[in-house]
Design a protein around this ligand. Structure first.
Ligand SMILES: Nc1nc2c(ncn2[C@@H]2O[C@H](COP(=O)(O)OP(=O)(O)OP(=O)(O)O)[C@@H](O)[C@H]2O)c(=O)[nH]1
Length: 382
């Protein structure tokens, strides 16, 4: 259990609108999925977001320990956050290995399977007569970390984001915003938004209009910042004007986490844990889970187990490669046997020929002997 201190808290207690759902005694489940290549600052971000060490960052050695054959893992970190008696059972799902390998085709499969499996597990529990203690790990939002290349989205990003967007509340995040100049960051954002629109990638949206003008303005502000650029750091650093802030120290100054001129961390934090946590939970329930449930109900009866079709294209590829290897091996062995057979036949023919020659030789000797015997007198023959 992580109890955050007032002042430096995570802000879940500042939720007048969300109070009725989140402030229940048993707390609320809240699951965040982190997706993106290794080393983009996912761990640092989540620790910065909750101002506590939710996940211990990897050492340099562990980070570069990947091999080409390894696949994407699913790592779940659980923490109970409590602030002024509001409890949130937080689960952070990390996906180490994603995008790290030479062949990243289909590396998104385990992630998509994980999301679907959580919906499936919840649906199966929901169909049981006893459903008081449902374990719920449905993913409420997926933060997709984009490498700050300054160019545009990579084909892998597009492929994965398309699939994620139809299943979860997808929130694109530009990692390590301090590595881009404000102009480059602006252009990068614009290009990402163009690709998102052109490729029809579904990202998380929420109603902008609210009861009061201030909330509507705030919502518009948050929405306008998508894809959110972030700077992650849990370190306190000193700015030139003497302030102590969370940030990254450079020779030219400090990249501040909470400075809206430097990145959109504050807006993203506001969305994730202050103003839209409840909407993320509700839309998961009402849109994504419902879509899954309806699709499943159309193809099977209540209580019927899901047919696990082996659809992972990666496995299919491996199976195909294995089959090819096996066929090649059999072909080589067959060739080897055939050449042995040829050698044996040749040897047999040679021996037969030798035998025939010996036979003729014996025959010749016999007839020579016979003719010699004919020439002898009967007495000599005895
Ligand atoms: N410049 C810069 N560096 C960052 C930022 N966030 C994290 N880093 C650094 O990037 C490196 C990787 O950070 P992690 O948080 O471990 O990255 P990760 O995505 O969790 O990596 P994996 O655990 O391998 O998936 C560390 O050295 C961090 O200090 C950022 O916003 N800007």
């Amino acid at each position: 259990m992580v109890s955050t201190q007032a002042g430096a808290g995570i802000g879940i207690a500042n939720l007048p609108n969300q109070r009725h759902a989140i402030a229940s005694k048993k707390g609320s489940n809240y699951t965040i999925l982190l997706c993106g290549e290794s080393g983009l600052g996912k761990t640092t971000f989540i620790n910065t977001l909750f101002t506590t060490t939710i996940k211990t960052p990897k050492t340099y050695k562990r980070r570069f320990n990947n091999t080409a054959e390894k696949t994407v893992e699913i790592e779940i970190i659980r923490a109970e956050l409590e602030e002024k008696q509001f409890g949130v059972k937080l689960s952070v799902v990390d996906t180490p290995g994603f995008g790290d390998y030479t062949n990243n085709r289909d590396s998104w499969m385990p992630i998509i399977d994980f999301i679907d499996d959580q919906h499936e597990s919840y649906m199966r529990q929901d169909q049981q007569p006893e459903r008081l203690e449902l374990s719920d790990m449905r993913v409420h939002c997926c933060l997709y970390f984009i490498r700050p290349t300054g160019h545009t989205l990579k084909p892998l990003d597009i492929e994965v984001m398309k699939r994620l967007g139809t299943r979860v509340n997808l929130i694109p995040v530009i990692a390590k915003a301090d590595t881009l100049t404000p102009t480059d960051l602006h252009k990068f954002k614009k290009r990402i938004l163009e690709v998102i629109a052109a490729q029809n990638i579904q990202c998380y949206t929420f109603p902008l209009e609210s009861d009061d003008e201030a909330s509507t303005k705030r919502n518009m502000n948050i929405m306008a910042a998508m894809p959110f650029s972030v700077i992650g750091s849990t370190d306190d650093v000193q700015t030139v004007d003497g302030r102590t802030v969370k940030g990254r120290q450079y020779s030219w100054g400090v990249a501040e986490v909470e400075n809206e001129d430097h990145c959109d961390f504050k807006k993203l934090r506001q969305l994730l844990i202050r103003t839209h946590m409840l909407d993320l939970i509700h839309s998961t329930e009402e849109t994504h889970y419902e879509t899954y449930r309806r699709a499943q109900m159309e193809t099977r009866k209540i209580g019927e187990a899901k047919v696990k079709t082996v659809t992972n294209p990666k496995w299919k590829e491996e199976e195909e490669a294995l089959r090819k290897r096996f066929t090649e091996q059999v072909r080589l062995e067959e060739n080897r046997f055939r050449s042995w057979e040829q050698q044996l036949i040749a040897e047999r023919d040679r021996l037969n020929k030798d035998l025939e020659a010996e036979h003729s030789h014996i025959k010749a000797l016999e007839s020579e002997l016979e003719s010699m015997q004919v020439g002898l007198s009967p007495k000599q023959r005895k």
